[in-house]
Design a protein around this ligand. Structure first.
Ligand SMILES: *[C@@H]1O[C@H](CO)[C@@H](O)[C@H](O)[C@H]1NC(C)=O
Ligand SMILES: *[C@@H]1O[C@H](CO)[C@@H](O)[C@H](O)[C@H]1NC(C)=O
Length: 369
């Protein structure tokens, strides 16, 4: 075939296939915890107890704290920008416009409702500002600001992207913080995953057809867990990662069960596209192949903390945002921001992997076969 054919083909492709990202979605709605909170605890000013809403949070992108628990944008912000949408405003923001999306995520959110934790004697360690199902109620209440009639709402939601999670991180954290045995925490996994499944189905009932469902992170690699949950025997740490094996196993089991739940929901709701989004693999990659991602090769270390008062630059009484806590010189070469959450650089890599692969199944912008 001649050169002209290819030139012609290139022209046809250019005309018929504009960049996939542009205008694919009319709006982006996000639910989650501190990994995706855009400031829902700060709608009426910054509460004095909230270290994550004090400098140097927000230093890299916004130049000031926004309530995002990072030095800049989080994955959902990157995804919105790549899709040509505004970063979804926190759903509790007073003067925001929600027609093109809203972010219901709130720091401390759990997958299951507080009653579950109370029934298990864990009421004291869960800081529940809005579980998944509470956020779904907020979504329902916000509808008059999003769309104008039931038909208009369904039509908009059908053309929107929904990101449901991550949920689970705080459910497990509250159990681990109470020093519950891991065997007992494993028995919570089906409840936590079922609750996420119910949330997905509520959104499908509202008309959602494109949903991204992130799994949990490998907690055993995070400075917080490495500092607090020390293991006695060296073989309890991954030989190459240095991460705590049994904590990563818990995350892995959750994610495996979540993927089975997603497979079940795909069968039940044909015509709905449910994408599994992976936080686990990229973080392990950041640890194992740091240089490839532009990160320093080192034992997991928070960029922002109080140097000298804790291994991994993490100390609960001198956290990022607390007096004495400050950021490292270059946050872009760390994946862990404050020992619990990710840097903007890490969020950016993850968002890209969810949009184009390889960190989502299927990737958000994968064209249908
Ligand atoms: C919202 O907008 C109104 C009028 O535009 C203004 O008076 C009010 O102060 C704004 N509220 C906030 C919280 O920004
Ligand atoms: C945290 O810092 C205090 C000093 O303020 C120190 O006594 C304590 O050992 C540190 N904790 C860890 C886990 O490093």
């Amino acid at each position: 075939m001649g050169r002209q054919f290819f030139i012609c083909l290139a022209l046809i492709v250019a005309v018929l296939c504009p960049p996939a990202a542009a205008q694919k979605y009319a709006a982006l709605f996000s639910f989650g915890d501190s990994l995706s909170d855009a400031g829902n605890l700060c709608a009426d000013g910054i509460p004095s107890y909230l270290a994550t809403a004090r400098p140097p949070y927000g230093m890299t992108y916004f130049g000031h704290p926004t309530g995002r628990v990072s030095n800049g944008r989080v994955a959902v912000d990157f995804i919105a920008q790549e899709l040509g949408l505004p970063m979804p405003p926190p759903s509790k923001a007073h003067n925001a416009s929600f027609r093109r999306g809203a972010n219901f995520a709130i720091t401390g959110a759990t997958s299951v409702d507080p009653s579950f934790f109370e029934a298990h004697g864990l009421g004291g360690t869960v800081w529940n500002s809005g579980s998944l199902h509470t956020q779904l109620r907020w979504f329902d209440e916000l509808k008059p600001s999003i769309c104008s009639s039931p038909k208009d709402c369904r039509d908009l939601f059908r053309r929107s992207l929904f990101i449901v999670g991550e949920f689970g991180g705080n459910d497990y954290a509250s159990s681990l913080a109470a020093f519950r045995p891991l065997e007992e925490v494993h028995t919570f996994v089906p409840h936590i995953v079922n609750s996420i499944g119910k949330g997905i189905e509520k959104l499908i009932a509202e008309g959602a057809v494109e949903l991204v469902v992130p799994g949990v992170l490998p907690n055993g690699c995070f400075p917080l867990y490495l500092a607090i949950f020390r293991r006695q025997q060296p073989e309890m740490y991954g030989p190459r990662t240095g991460c705590i094996k049994d904590l990563n196993t818990l995350s892995w089991v959750h994610n495996a069960m979540l993927r089975r739940k997603i497979a079940e929901l795909r069968k039940k709701h044909s015509g709905v596209r449910i994408m599994y989004a992976d936080y686990y693999t990229p973080v392990l990659q950041f640890v194992l192949h740091a240089e490839k991602w532009g990160f320093l090769r080192q034992t997991p270390r928070a960029c922002c903390g109080a140097p000298g008062v804790g291994e991994h630059n993490f100390n609960l009484t001198h956290k990022c945002g607390d007096p004495g806590g400050h950021a490292c010189d270059d946050p872009s070469n760390h994946w862990s921001w404050d020992g619990v959450h990710l840097t903007e650089a890490a969020h950016g890599h993850i968002a890209k992997g969810w949009l184009y692969g390889p960190f989502a199944d299927p990737p958000i912008l994968q064209t249908r076969p």
